[in-house]
Design a protein around this ligand. Structure first.
Ligand code: SAM
Length: 328
């Protein structure tokens, strides 16, 4: 099997794909209502995505995550999952979702070949859920988490973006879920991308989260649930679930970055926090063969910098492209 390394000797084996820029929520830190959605014709078709994954799989990409936007609002996502699952060399297909449509689709996604799912959930309170996401849909998310477990999409990880003064009073409630219900909870530091409307939101540093939740018990380092991500894991004594910390603001994890991103409009992006991209859609639509696609993948890997500019907790410049197109 081939391997793909960048100039800093990092092995690149993970492709994150934004399958749509549409979402059924409008989170305060993510949604950009002032920007028009991509036109349908601008978004890669499933066949085009499959061609990219097939070419990349032969180079050493073995793990794929489907994200967005909200990936489950794209019709027939299970079809894409089954197309990717048939590609030789792909051994892990995961999904990042807000969970709203999971109760409807978890079973068929599992059958199609999806391995596991991450669900984003920043609050356990209904009124607050509405304030953060713009939707009154907490019950559906909780049902989606349950359905993911029932379908065997394990491990199910719960991603919590911690916002000072907005949901930091729920840290203990989430942490308790790892003890009482075996949840794998991951606290993510908010990245101030300059999304319009999010100017007043403030990052809550991991150190402070960790100190707060240890009123429940001492966190012991843990290998954590299976995955490809940058989280550092811990566990409360006797807990079935784990606590993960993702620290883009206070401690970057560029040294172990193993990923490339494919945007919903077909750009390969070497880094979430770097505006550099290289286009694939045009060549795909001109009938590029596998070798031509691979050349673009190699160029994207060569463009990966040693480290992004979010160094030492300094906020990035306003990211021109919204997270939903890049794929969070
Ligand atoms: N709709 C799906 C979902 O809700 O999980 C996938 C897309 S969403 C952009 C992916 C993840 O990015 C979510 O967990 C979200 O909380 C996170 N995210 C978006 N903007 C962020 C920011 N500024 N800082 C930290 N995390 C962010």
């Amino acid at each position: 099997m081939s391997s793909l390394f960048d100039s800093w000797q990092r092995q690149i084996n993970y492709l994150r794909i934004s399958v749509t820029d549409h979402c059924n929520l409008g989170c305060v830190y993510c949604s950009v209502s002032s920007l028009p959605h991509l036109h349908r014709s601008e978004i890669l078709s499933y066949e085009e995505i499959e061609r990219v994954v097939r070419a990349a799989a032969g180079m050493g990409i073995s793990k794929v995550r489907l994200t967005g936007g909200e990936p489950l609002v794209r019709p027939d996502l299970s079809k894409l999952v089954s197309m990717i699952a048939r590609i030789e060399g792909i051994d892990d297909i995961s999904l990042t979702s807000n969970g709203i449509l999971l109760a409807r689709y978890a079973g068929e996604l599992k059958e199609a070949g999806l391995s596991r799912v991450n669900v984003s959930l920043d609050t356990l309170k209904e009124d607050r859920f509405k304030r953060i996401t713009g939707g009154d849909r907490l019950k559906e998310v909780l049902a989606g988490i349950e359905a993911a477990h029932q379908a065997g999409l394990e491990p199910v990880k719960i991603n919590v973006v911690v916002l000072r003064g907005i949901n930091d009073d729920e840290l203990l409630d989430f942490a308790r879920k790892s003890i009482d219900q075996g949840w794998h909870v991951r606290f993510i530091e908010f990245m101030p991308f300059g999304t319009p409307g999010s100017e007043d939101l403030e990052t809550f540093a991991t150190q402070e989260i960790s100190e707060r939740i240890q009123s429940l018990g001492r966190l012991e380092p843990d290998t954590g649930p299976a995955g490809n991500g940058p989280a550092r894991y811990y566990r409360f004594p006797g807990a079935k679930g784990t606590i993960g910390f993702i620290t883009p603001m206070t401690e970057h994890f560029c040294a172990t970055c193993n990923r490339l991103r494919l945007t919903s409009d077909g750009q390969l992006r070497p880094c979430l926090l770097d505006e550099d991209e290289i286009g694939l859609r045009a060549i795909l639509r001109c009938g590029a063969d596998t070798e031509e696609i691979r050349q673009v993948v190699r160029q994207a890997v060569a463009m990966k910098r040693e480290c992004h500019q979010l160094n030492g907790g300094v906020a990035p410049q306003t990211v021109r492209r919204p997270m939903c197109q890049i794929g969070g």
